[in-house]
Every structure is written in structure tokens, then in C-alpha cells.
Design a protein around this ligand. Structure first.
Ligand code: FES
Ligand code: FES
Length: 156
């Protein structure tokens, strides 16, 4: 079936089965491969995107269910205030190891920061608990989120 979706400010017409996961619409139809496939069952967070600002697992979200919602992916998160701070902090803290999980980590962290400039450790843990990192970068992720939050709060 044909439908339109809005991704990173652009409207795209796609023609796929309605139940095709958004992850595959992004990667295979639109060629946006920054969003990663990990488990396909909402267990790892590698496929996280924002739908109207909410961190969402694209592997279990059907393309046709998006309707008029705005999708933001890792390719454009740096254009948002929170996303830019998160990406800078990720670089400053050298968070990334193999990198595979990091698109999803950054998307979840950006969603957290966009709604909470002073996240506590439990709030960080709660927001990031669905994002698995086999390289164990969790300590650096938490440090980077705190750095980004401090920078946002100070208006740097
Ligand atoms: S690929 Fe979607 S949560 Fe793992
Ligand atoms: S950096 Fe390797 S899985 Fe997270």
C-alpha cells in the first residue's frame, strides 16, 4: 500500500505492505541506515527513533501507523538543541566503542534531555534502560548525559 511519512522534516511517499516495520522503511526504502537493527523485538533499543519527540522502537512500529506524526532519526538529531548537546558530549566523553548501539543510545538520551534538563541518576537509568550496549559503555553514557544536561541548563 502507498502512504506518506514525514522523516526529518521531509515528506516521503512509500509503497510497502502496511505492516512493514518503520525500521525497514527507513533503511531499505529511504536508504537511511543510521537506525540499526538489533533484535527486532523491542529488546535492545538499537532501532530507536523519535516519533513526535518520543523515543520509539522502530522495529515494532508499523510504517502505516505513523500517520501524520513527525519522525526524527539519528541523521537529523544533531539539528535539535538536545541532540546537538548529546552528540557533543558523546564526542567529548569518547562514549563510543564498536558503535553499533549508539544511534539508539543517542536517540533515547536526546529524548530524555529534551524533556528534562536536570535528570537524576534514576531518571537516566529509567530512560536508558531499554538500550543495550554489548561493549558496556554505560558509565560513559551516563557521564555524557550529565555533561549535556549541564550544558543545556547553563545555556552554553
Ligand atoms: S531492533 Fe528494535 S529494539 Fe532491538
Ligand atoms: S558501543 Fe558496541 S554495542 Fe554499544
Amino acid at each position: 500500500m502507498a502512504f506518506t511519512i514525514k522523516v526529518n522534516g521531509n515528506t516521503h511517499s512509500v509503497d510497502v505492505d502496511g505492516d512493514t516495520p518503520l525500521l525497514w522503511v527507513l533503511r531499505d526504502v529511504l536508504g537511511m541506515t543510521g537506525t540499526k537493527f538489533g533484535c527486532g523485538m523491542a529488546l535492545c533499543g538499537a532501532c530507536t527513533v523519535h516519533i513526535d519527540g518520543v523515543a520509539t522502537r522502530s522495529c515494532i512500529t508499523s510504517g502505516e501507523s505513523i500517520d501524520k506524526s513527525q519522525i526524527t532519526t539519528i541523521e537529523a538529531i544533531g539539528a535539535t538543541a538536545a541532540g546537538a548537546k548529546i552528540q557533543k558530549a558523546w564526542l567529548d566523553r569518547e562514549v563510543v566503542q564498536c558503535g553499533y548501539c549508539q544511534s539508539g543510545q543517542i536517540m533515547s538520551a536526546s529524548a530524555l534531555l529534551a524533556g528534562n534538563l536536570h535528570p537524576t541518576d534514576p531518571e537516566i537509568d529509567d530512560a536508558m534502560s531499554g538500550n543495550i550496549c554489548r561493549c558496556g559503555t554505560y558509565v560513559r553514557i551516563r557521564e555524557a548525559i550529565k555533561q549535556a544536561a549541564k550544558s543545556m541548563a547553563q545555556g552554553d
